[in-house]
Design a protein around this ligand. Structure first.
Ligand code: FAD
Length: 482
């Protein structure tokens, strides 16, 4: 015990179990306070019905309830963290502020300023690894350099974990709960209206219970993940990305379970495939942490010379893509899923990102920003990684000459058209043979099923074969560098 009072500042770690910063604070202090700050500068930029804010709001209620069960409580404030946290630290007379590390460039800069502000007042700012298994300097090549290709990174990651199994050990909270500062008032978290937002339900079950409910459901069919994960009309993936983004579940808990299921055979081949996806998340986090310039630039600098389409026509194409009016049913269904639910299946993220960059020739940064606005699970590292993969500008990206055909992706991954029918009601009566490329179907056949192209559903805004040729020409400038 070397501190009397500590403050744990929750950010993207909204849980009260297996929590690195909370564990460290509880085991080193006499009294531990907990706070979450709604960052007013971020809130100001969001629509008033933002689904992520609803998710955070519901998750804070769950966090506060759990902290109260353990004898503590959550303080919730709104404002600029750089003002709120030092003021609260002074008010509570804490010796240290504990946080879980955040690797996004803006967060790194904010935390550096926070550290300086707190230290100027004689307080410590202590940051702990929590949201990844291995952070940026931990998995290196034999020459002690960074990886930029996934498979060798994954092999080194697995090797390191095998050598250091204690990395997955939980950071217990319950056993040290006596150190929580007891609540002085009954629960009174601000409502959505109090923070300037419209009331509404979160887009998926929120909080720690929501995460566990999803995980238990997924564990029951994890064995089939390797097959099912590619088909958007199947419930084949975990849907845990939003929980991972906001830390309502613990990455160590998920990796431990996947690893045990892989080793015991209970997870079939699915468990190790799923573990690989969690390693992709660490990979992109490491890539962003080491290369903050990729927020606005290509990971491979040679690709920064690409001349993307601009001007009025490109703007109109971009709007059609955003609104799901491209005339390519799978792309439009995917954009409808994103716009209406805030989620998009991984296969479709690849298809729509490829369509924007390779069929429409529009800069990946515009698509990346649109996803950032809409995705419930928006995470800068994974989103940037996914976009630069699809645009071929990233590390270990799709080769630039490999261009998804939006129709064959559709016949392959939504063969019966079930996903399209769910999200594009105008095409609901079309059969499996007609639904993937309605412009190839005779007008009378479509009319019988209530579809007139150009009226009920758009004609394709580009011809894929023509667009493909244009993209190969566009990328020819980087041919040598690639
Ligand atoms: P599951 O298939 O159950 O996978 C489990 C977890 O592994 C996910 O929750 C996620 O944390 C991680 N994961 C899976 N695939 C990837 C991947 N390719 N890269 C990094 N992590 C992965 N993921 C985000 O979390 N936030 C984003 O903003 C995001 N943007 C993307 C943009 C594009 C263009 C692409 C191609 C992918 C993006 N992804 C993003 C990765 C992936 O699509 C989602 O993580 C996944 O669809 C979430 O669904 P799930 O939780 O059911 O995933």
């Amino acid at each position: 015990m070397n501190m009397s009072n500590s403050l744990v500042w929750f950010r993207r770690d909204l849980r009260a179990f297996d929590h690195a910063a909370l564990h460290r604070a509880l085991t080193s202090s006499k009294r531990v306070y907990c706070v979450f700050v709604y960052d007013s500068e971020i809130l100001d930029e969001l629509p008033r019905d933002d689904r992520r804010v609803r998710f955070i709001h519901a998750s804070l209620a769950s966090l506060d309830a759990e902290l109260r069960r353990l004898g503590g409580y959550l303080i919730v404030r709104q404002g600029r963290p750089l003002e709120v946290i030092p003021a609260l630290a002074a008010e509570l007379q804490v010796d240290a502020v504990h946080v879980c590390a955040d690797y996004e460039p803006d967060a790194v800069e904010r935390d550096a300023r926070m550290k300086a502000a707190l230290e100027a007042e004689g307080r410590q700012f202590l940051s702990f690894k929590d949201q990844v298994i291995f952070e940026k300097e931990e998995v290196l090549t034999l020459a002690k350099g960074p990886f930029s290709v996934f498979t060798p990174y994954k092999n080194a990651w697995l090797k390191r974990l095998a050598a250091m199994p204690e990395t997955l050990a939980s950071y217990p909270v319950d056993a040290y709960a006596h150190a929580f500062a007891p609540p002085t008032l009954p629960p009174a978290l601000p409502s959505l209206e109090d923070i300037g937002f419209e009331p509404g339900e979160p887009p998926l079950p929120a909080g720690m219970e929501g995460a566990e409910e999803l995980f238990e459901r997924f564990v029951a069919h994890m064995a089939d993940y390797g097959r099912a994960r590619d088909f958007p009309s199947e419930d084949g993936t975990s849907r845990l990305s939003t929980h991972l983004r906001f830390g309502t579940t613990s990455i160590r808990h998920l990796v431990r379970t996947a690893q045990q299921m892989a080793l015991s055979g209970a997870g079939g081949t699915g468990a190790s495939v799923w573990l690989s996806e969690l390693i992709w998340r660490d990979f992109y986090s490491m890539i962003l942490a080491r290369n903050p310039q990729i927020v606005t630039r290509s990971f491979k600098p040679a690709f920064d010379v690409l001349a993307w389409e601009t001007g009025e026509e490109a703007d109109a194409m971009f709007a059609a893509w955003c609104e799901g009016r491209t005339g390519y049913p799978l792309v439009d269904a995917a954009m409808a899923q994103l716009n209406q639910s805030g989620f998009m299946h991984n296969r479709l993220r690849m298809v729509t990102a490829s369509f924007l960059t390779k069929d429409l020739g529009i800069d990946w940064r515009r698509g990346e920003r649109y996803f950032a606005l809409k995705l419930n699970d928006y995470d800068l590292a994974s989103n940037n990684g996914g976009w630069q993969w699809a645009a071929s500008t990233g590390c270990d990206a799709q080769p630039w000459f490999r261009i998804f055909n939006p129709v064959s992706q559709s016949t392959r991954f939504d063969a019966q058209g079930d996903f399209i029918r769910e999200w594009v009601p105008a095409l609901a009566r079309l059969g499996a043979k007609e639904i993937h490329a309605p412009w190839l179907v005779a007008g009378e056949v479509l009319a019988e099923k209530g579809v007139v192209l150009g009226r009920d559903y758009p004609l394709p805004i580009v011809e894929h074969d023509v667009a493909r040729k244009r993209t190969l020409e566009r990328f020819a400038v980087v041919k040598k560098a690639a």
